[in-house]
Design a protein around this ligand. Structure first.
Ligand SMILES: Cc1ncc(COP(=O)(O)O)c(C=O)c1O
Length: 396
């Protein structure tokens, strides 16, 4: 009775275990730092004003171009300030939290590791009396049920669970609190509703494949109003200080950075912005991420052993696509997923695609716009191969 089934399984495995012929042209599917722009070469950065002061006219022009290009491509309204700040996205988020929170009650929302990190900041470091709203990996909390008259801190796209906000519908236009949004794995890939977001942060190292040195901090007029009318009870280190004598330090938002930026990283960002223009700006970037993510989703939909970690389709990320193995034959989920990622890396077909260390076991495939859809498509048969090869190894 069991023979025919066993024979069929063996045949399928030996078929599937054969390695695919084609390989992705670029195996870089890391969720940060993300793949650099297609065709990137180091000599593209030769316009960087190295060894020059960032306060010289040339340096200032470059920093201003980074701010202006961000506004142009992301469609940031004129009345929002855009600043380049230290310490990548983390620097930008913490600068916002330390500068703005405490004036009213806070709601900290987390559905994966990075959001959870901001909860820790608020509760354990700032010691705020915050309402903490959490959801498990794969789920989004009921955002419409939040009290938006409190200051709400959340992540637009949860990089480690692949769950994103579908849109800004849950955020009321007439909220009294500020919305502080870590959008580092969303900016340049997803539509951000600027009228609903008072603080938006991101790092160059994510969707545009830039370098990690600096964070971008985008403030709405309401956020500026808070900065100018409220002084936090705690001390602020120099690199967090956005005001001077109770007034916004406007220089920061013209490119007069608080401390010295890397002009090499700035040049790299300007090159990435140029490339973004060449693919059609935000629309083009979103379409590229959508096509990449769709390739992975369709692969999963036609397999019964792998699934998107994001449970609700509208919340599926088009950048950090997180996958889980669902085959009941898998004995140890974490060891299995690690072994699959290791096989893919050893074959040179996918680097850094293991799930984030605190997230459920699985794979995470970056699908932001710097990744080519043909490479995602070429990777899919390799995932199939690695899965069956690992299953066979486990059975043996
Ligand atoms: C949602 C989110 N927030 C914050 C960070 C930290 O970013 P950075 O290392 O650029 O400060 C990351 C990095 O992956 C992230 O995905």
């Amino acid at each position: 009775m069991t023979m025919p089934n066993a024979a069929r399984t063996d045949a399928r495995q030996s078929d599937d275990v054969r390695k695919p012929d084609a390989r992705p042209g670029n195996p870089r599917f890391s969720s940060g730092p993300c793949a650099k722009i297609p065709g990137f070469r180091l000599d593209m950065l030769e316009g960087a004003p190295l060894g020059r002061s960032h306060r010289a006219a040339l340096g200032k022009d470059k920093l201003k171009a980074a701010i202006d290009g961000t506004r142009e491509i992301l469609g940031v309204p004129d009345e929002h300030r855009i600043g380049i700040v230290p310490a990548s996205d983390t620097g930008a988020v913490e600068m916002a939290m330390w500068s703005l929170l405490g004036a009213r009650k806070a709601t900290m929302v987390a559905w994966e590791s990075f959001g959870a990190g901001w909860v820790t900041d608020a509760v354990k470091q700032l010691k705020l009396d915050a309402e903490v709203v959490e959801a498990a990996y794969g789920q989004l909390p009921d955002m419409a049920a939040l009290d938006w008259n409190t200051d709400v801190v959340f992540t637009w796209n949860g990089t480690t669970s692949g769950v994103r906000m579908p849109d800004g519908a849950a955020i009321p236009a007439d909220r009294e609190g500020l919305t502080i949004c870590d959008a580092t794995s969303a900016a340049f890939a997803q539509d951000l509703p600027w009228d609903k977001l008072d603080v938006v942060t991101f790092s160059w190292q994510k969707v545009l494949g830039g370098e990690a040195a600096h964070g971008m901090l985008i403030l709405s007029p309401r956020a500026v109003e808070r900065l100018e009318s409220y002084t936090p009870a705690w001390p602020l280190p120099k690199i967090f200080r956005l005001t001077k004598g109770g007034k916004l330090n406007e220089g920061i938002f013209r490119g007069e950075t608080i401390n010295t930026p890397s002009m090499l990283a700035v040049e790299d960002y300007l090159v990435a912005l140029d490339w973004a223009r060449s693919v059609g700006g935000l629309e083009g970037l979103m379409a590229r991420a959508d096509a990449n993510a769709r390739t992975v989703w369709e692969f999963c939909e036609t397999r019964d052993w792998i699934a998107n970690l994001a449970e609700v389709p509208a919340t599926r990320s088009n950048t950090s696509v997180c996958l889980k193995f669902t085959d009941p034959r898998i004995a140890d989920g974490a060891a299995f997923a690690k072994a699959v990622a290791k096989r893919l890396e050893a074959e040179g077909v996918a680097l850094d695609v293991g799930a984030y260390r605190d997230a459920p076991a699985g794979l995470r495939i970056w699908c932001g716009g710097t990744v080519e859809t043909a490479d995602v498509a070429a990777l899919m048969p390799w995932i199939e191969w690695a899965f069956h090869a690992e299953l066979a190894a486990q059975a043996a």
